[in-house]
Ligand binder design. Structure first.
Ligand code: ZN
Length: 67
């Protein structure tokens, strides 16, 4: 229930204001577009919505044929 404290997971926490500039702390997905952030992992960035991965899943041979 609401207790008046801000939600630390809210999307606006992905931004920080520096001077008069708005700095994005996360990258947007190039497939889904602005508003969908990429999840930052140790060695890659992954979109949780469309599955976009940078670098791609072929990176370091992780990807295997699924058909
Ligand atoms: Zn996406």
């Amino acid at each position: 229930m609401p207790d008046g404290s801000p939600n630390p997971q809210a999307k606006h926490t992905k931004y920080v204001i520096e001077g008069d500039s708005l700095i994005r702390k996360s990258e947007f997905c190039p497939i889904c577009g602005p508003g969908v952030f990429l999840g930052i992992h140790k060695d890659r960035k992954v979109c949780g919505k469309c599955g976009y991965s940078d670098p791609p899943k072929t990176y370091r041979g992780i990807y295997q044929e699924e058909e």
